[in-house]
Design a protein around this ligand. Structure first.
Ligand SMILES: [Cu+2]
Length: 148
């Protein structure tokens, strides 16, 4: 009887943990209707286990402004996960790492560097940085990807 109760409690705990993990991988992506590289980035997220809510927007400039993305960090699409923004072609692994950085308002790969996820054109790989925006408004390089 006691063992059975304990089993039920443990199962509830496990299921709760799984539900929470799945939830933390749900991301909202805002993009223009004709943005092909945005769709390719969404595919990159999905193949890395993210569940994507795709929002087609009439005016991305307004969306970026409302989500607090500074113009100097701007790219094509803007995503939001756990209240933090993810601007541009950020690799999925950096979005996972962002969850350990609640001090950041968001992260960005400014512009559209060739070879970043969703921007693959042959073997070309431009160097790029993943930049974080602190609550104080400072920029911090959180990751660097080398070129070839
Ligand atoms: Cu793009």
């Amino acid at each position: 009887m006691h063992a059975r109760l304990r089993f039920v409690a443990l199962t509830a705990l496990l299921l709760g943990g799984i539900a929470q993990a799945a939830d933390s991988l749900t991301i909202d992506v805002h993009r223009d209707v004709n943005c092909g590289c945005c769709k390719d980035w969404i595919k990159h997220l999905e193949s890395n286990g993210f569940s994507v809510n795709d929002h087609v927007e009439p005016n991305m400039a307004t969306v970026k402004q409302e989500l607090g993305v500074p113009p100097r960090l701007g790219s094509c699409h803007t995503a939001v996960i756990g209240g933090q923004f993810v601007e541009g072609h950020v690799p999925a692994e950096q979005i996972l790492a962002l969850q350990a950085r609640p001090d950041l308002l968001g992260i960005a790969v400014p512009g559209m560097p060739m070879g970043s996820p969703g921007m693959e054109y042959g073997d070309r790989q431009d160097p790029y940085q993943v930049v974080g925006l602190t609550k104080g408004g400072d920029l911090e390089v959180v990751a660097e990807y080398p070129g070839n």
